[in-house]
Design a protein around this ligand. Structure first.
Ligand code: CUA
Length: 256
């Protein structure tokens, strides 16, 4: 009999607890305008990072998480700014946490997650990936700097450095080559493309090759034939016309 009593008490207390949590959440949303992190199903997932200025103190940021960095890597906003963060992922599931704020979202391929943060004071924030996403997980970081209004305005009005409009880089990006191959010498899912022509390359399962044009052509057209030692056979066959393949091979030769 006493057990039933105890059970009833536990049920009543836990029900009250759940109801009061709902009550507090409703109160926080309606009275204090606390924005809850949300998954937005009506926005098309984006593959390019972006900062959009809606007004002098309202910004929209599109963060793309990818192995193993965030795009954009650095963002500067003025103190007092309200920032709407939209988060997507390009390859696998990542996490995104802006230390010192309530921005803490999953970054899932094919999905856009959303949260809003207001930044009152100038301060530097660190953005990290909090979901184990592979061998480069711990390197995955970005920064967000909140500066005072005068500094921000001076920055906005400063002459912009000439834009890097490297058509070939854009092309490689569009073909998703740069998702796995870097241009700056850093290791990623695949070998870096920097200095690839003529590189002495060890092949998985034995053998060495010099990465000449024929090898590069084969590795693009039939990536599964020779896998570089230390990497996995994960490269999809890219869809390229003969002309595009020729252009890419010519470009690879220039990446000294
Ligand atoms: Cu991305 Cu961990």
């Amino acid at each position: 009999m006493s057990v039933i009593h105890l059970e009833r008490r536990i049920i009543i207390i836990s029900t009250l607890f759940v109801l009061s949590l709902f009550g507090l959440a409703t109160l926080a949303i309606s009275m204090f305008h606390v924005g809850l992190p949300t998954c937005l199903t009506d926005i098309k997932p984006f593959l390019k990072g972006e900062v959009i200025t809606h007004s002098p103190d309202h910004f929209e940021v599109h963060y793309v998480s990818k192995m193993w960095s965030f795009d954009p890597e650095e963002i500067v906003v003025p103190a007092g700014a309200t920032v709407d963060f939209y988060v997507s992922a390009r390859d696998v599931t990542h996490g995104i946490i802006l230390l010192g704020t309530n921005l803490n979202l999953m970054a899932v391929p094919g999905v856009v997650n959303y949260a809003r943060v207001k930044f009152d004071q100038p301060r530097n924030y660190k953005l990290l990936c909090h979901e184990f996403c592979g061998t480069g997980h711990e390197r995955m970081a970005a920064t967000l700097r909140v500066v005072d209004r005068a500094t921000f305005d001076a920055r906005q009005n400063a002459p912009k450095p000439p834009q890097q409009t490297d058509a070939m880089t854009k092309h490689l990006e569009a073909k998703e080559c740069l998702t796995c191959h870097s241009l700056d010498g850093s290791e990623s899912i695949g070998p870096t493309l920097k200095g690839i022509l003529g590189r002495a390359t060890k092949i998985k399962g034995g053998g060495n090759v010099i990465a000449d044009e024929a090898y590069l052509r084969e590795s693009i057209v039939k990536p599964e034939v020779k896998i570089v030692d230390g990497f996995d056979d994960v490269m999809p066959k890219p869809e390229l016309t003969d002309e595009e393949l020729k252009q890419i091979l010519e470009y690879l030769k220039t990446l000294k």
